[in-house]
Design a protein around this ligand. Structure first.
Ligand code: ADP
Ligand code: MG
Length: 321
């Protein structure tokens, strides 16, 4: 049985390029470039709440970093360093090896160095703390929205929720491939987040569901929103096999999507269209911010008056969750 130190050396130690001192000492040392602010975020995945007991360790390794990358992307920050706290029920070397591969797949893809962590015994859980850099004063917060801003969403929100419903046998999808990929291997919108600096005025990622996270953006910006039901990007959900009402539900309240929701002035439409092409990532304009603080409405585009959007995203402590 390898010791904890052997496991760390074998599976969690990689050469560091932009870190002064990484895994192996009591603390890591790294330097933020002059003129940059340090952006820090942390997220935990726990068995039973965020994933099933038999989840693929390789996917978990990817996802535990990806969900943190999504939070940094939502600030417009560039990811650089991570720490990893692992709680493991047993030193199952095959499991750890696969987890490590998934983790470093994701780390390598986004230029993140693992600089330290902690390894303890207990019910399976993993916490990443991710450090990134953003030019001082240029981070995109939730609070910068202006009345009249367009609201945009990246990618294909709702797919991950469909994937989860499929796994739970709550829906039969004709083609579950994309939905399961979105659930197990979310692609954090890192390049998009960086490119949106100077364009987006308010931004967050929609890990708790579009409706709930839109409510957060509105609250922080002290504004309201009007969404256009006809503009929601339902096509990929319908292509997977959801009917229209399920597709809309998955898109609006489904969680575990790591897309970006942002506001930008209408003058930015052409720039955003060009950026979407360059990134090969759709940006869909789904509505506008309004001056009516706290009012979040969904217009059906068919003449009926707009109705309040049920803004309950996924909330771990809500009775319905
Ligand atoms: P300490 O007892 O001083 O907390 P540890 O035994 O927890 O030290 O860790 C030894 C070294 O290994 C430290 O540099 C720590 O950051 C690193 N480390 C521990 N667990 C992990 C892990 N899961 N991933 C990356 N580095 C880790
Ligand atoms: Mg320790």
């Amino acid at each position: 049985m390898p010791s904890e130190f052997d496991l760390i050396r074998r599976y969690f130690t990689r050469p560091a390029r932009h870190t002064d001192l990484a895994v192996g000492d009591d603390a890591a040392l790294f330097r933020v470039a002059p003129g940059m602010q340090l952006a820090v975020t942390t997220d935990t995945l726990t068995v039973g709440t965020h994933f099933f007991h038999d989840a693929s360790p390789r996917d978990l390794g990817w996802k535990t970093l990806a969900v943190n990358l999504s939070d940094l992307a939502a600030m417009g920050a560039s990811p650089r360093w991570a720490t990893l706290a692992l709680i493991l029920p047993a030193a199952d070397e095959g499991w750890i090896a696969a987890f490590s591969e998934g983790f470093f797949d994701c780390a390598g893809r986004y230029g993140v160095e693992l600089v330290g962590g902690d390894t303890t015994r207990g019910p399976l859980a993993m916490t990443v703390t991710l450090f990134g850099e953003v030019p001082a004063g240029q981070a995109i917060t939730r609070a910068g929205g202006q009345p009249g801003d367009d609201l945009w969403i990246s990618g294909w929100p709702g797919l991950a929720a469909l994937g989860l419903m499929h796994l739970q046998n709550r829906v039969q999808l004709a083609d579950a491939g994309q939905a399961l990929a979105a659930l197990h291997r979310p692609v954090p919108r890192v390049e998009a987040g960086e490119a949106l600096r100077g364009i987006a005025r308010a931004m967050l990622d929609i890990s708790d569901g579009l409706a709930g996270d839109l409510a957060h953006l509105c609250e922080c910006s002290k504004l309201g929103a009007m969404l256009d039901a006809g503009a929601l990007p339902l096509a990929p959900l319908i292509a997977a096999g959801a009917d229209e009402s399920l597709a809309r539900h998955a898109l609006l309240v489904g969680g575990d999507d790591y897309e970006l929701l942002f506001s930008a002035p209408p003058e930015a439409r052409d720039v955003l269209a060009a950026l979407a092409l360059k990134l090969d990532l759709p940006f869909t304009r789904i509505g506008q911010l309004t001056g009516e603080a706290g009012s979040i409405l969904l217009a059906d585009g068919q003449g009926a008056s707009p109705r309040p959007l049920d803004a309950r995203g996924y909330d771990h402590f809500a009775p319905h969750a």
